[in-house]
Write a protein that binds this ligand. Structure first.
Ligand code: IPM
Ligand code: MG
Length: 351
């Protein structure tokens, strides 16, 4: 038996419920591949603020740095919502982890499952064949720039270096090579200086990838094209905030944000895996959350950080199977519970 250590950060809201399901199915498929996982549970987010007064302690960050991977549920909730710049916020834990672990690339695959085409807000003809990957820059830009509030005035700074742009754009090209060979770089080069640098660097990096096609879109136009012709996109690469917004938009193409997984990676093998959805405080503790995005995130973890691609494929197939069989949680217009989703997955894995 091979052993791997995974730090689990259940976080807040529905986090604990969806992570519990992912652990259950991962344990099963990993064991079949001779992989035994030690789950190392820690607090991060609002739950950590309640106990330690900060969303991410140094000790938890260190545990994450030493682990083979980190699996995260979700953070945040009304209890910790504040506009006071001095008060701790759950999201700071997430941002601290991303920068503390050097996770500069966030990969968000969007591939609507045929059984759910009719759950998409777009007509079936538009959505059919959509299979895209958003590569979002994750440790720079507005979310990490100098910012402050001073009486009647507040500011956030948007800054990018050549190095920060190049490494994430390379990730996007590497990913495109294994897909359909097309990268769309999204910026706002008609207005922003950082975007002009971004566009210039994307073009320079593309010279090392003559087998991959590159085009550029302005972010406002990209938001529109994503709804008009989603199936034309392969890999979309963009800076932090544009990627945050476009990936939520793209997520909705699948009919629910409850199905979207994500991987955040850096130079090493470790990574942070989390569903794209939030902590859904309105349904927390009710046992009705959709665990599938977390299960798909755990599949990405098995594939990218734990070297268990067959186990990952089995989880992906199980998710597709339960949806094809008609399993629908509330976010998909159904009434299945989290437990029913878990049992359906276990059934599909046994079949
Ligand atoms: C996401 C979330 C986070 C982000 C928030 C919670 C800070 O929206 O992962 O997309 O904006 O990065
Ligand atoms: Mg977001």
């Amino acid at each position: 038996m091979r052993n791997a250590t995974v730090v689990v950060l259940e976080g807040d809201g529905i986090g604990p419920e969806v992570v519990a399901v992912a652990r259950e199915v991962v344990d099963l498929v990993a064991a079949d591949e001779g992989l035994s996982i030690s789950w190392d549970e820690h607090l991060m987010g609002g739950c950590s603020i309640d106990v330690h007064g900060t969303a991410l302690t140094d000790e938890v960050l260190r545990e994450c740095q030493e682990a083979d991977a980190v699996l995260l549920g979700a953070v945040g909730g009304p209890k910790w919502d504040t506009t006071d710049p001095e008060a701790p916020r759950p999201e700071q834990g997430l941002l601290g982890l991303r920068s503390g672990l050097g996770l500069f690339a966030n990969l968000r695959p969007v591939k609507p499952i045929p059984a759910l085409y009719d759950a998409s807000p777009l007509r079936r003809e538009r959505i059919e064949g959509t299979d895209l990957l958003v590569v979002r820059e994750l440790t720079g830009g507005l979310y990490f720039g100098d910012s402050a509030r001073d009486g009647e005035r507040a500011y956030d700074t948007l800054e990018y270096t050549v190095e920060e742009i190049d490494r994430v754009v390379r990730r996007a090209f590497d990913a495109a090579r294994l897909r359909r060979g097309k990268v769309t770089s999204v910026d706002k080069a008609n207005v922003l200086e950082t975007s002009r640098l971004w566009r210039e660097r994307a073009t320079i990096v593309s010279e090392d990838y003559t087998d991959v096609e590159l085009d550029h879109l302005l972010v406002d136009n990209a938001a529109m094209q994503l709804l008009m012709r989603p199936a034309d996109f392969d890999v979309i690469v963009t800076e932090n905030m544009f990627g945050d917004i476009l990936s939520d938009e793209a997520a909705q193409l699948t009919g629910s944000i409850g199905l979207l997984p994500s991987a955040s990676v850096g130079e090493g093998r470790g990574g942070l895996y989390e569903p794209v959805h939030g902590s859904a405080p309105d349904i927390a503790g009710l046992g009705v959350a959709n665990p599938l995005a977390t299960v798909l995130s755990a599949a990405m973890m098995l594939r990218y950080s734990l070297d268990a691609p067959r186990a990952a494929d089995r989880l992906d197939a199980a998710v597709a199977a339960v949806l094809a069989e008609g399993l629908r949680t509330g976010d998909l217009g159904g009434s299945a519970t989290t437990r029913e989703a878990a049992d359906a997955l276990l059934g599909a894995l046994a079949a």
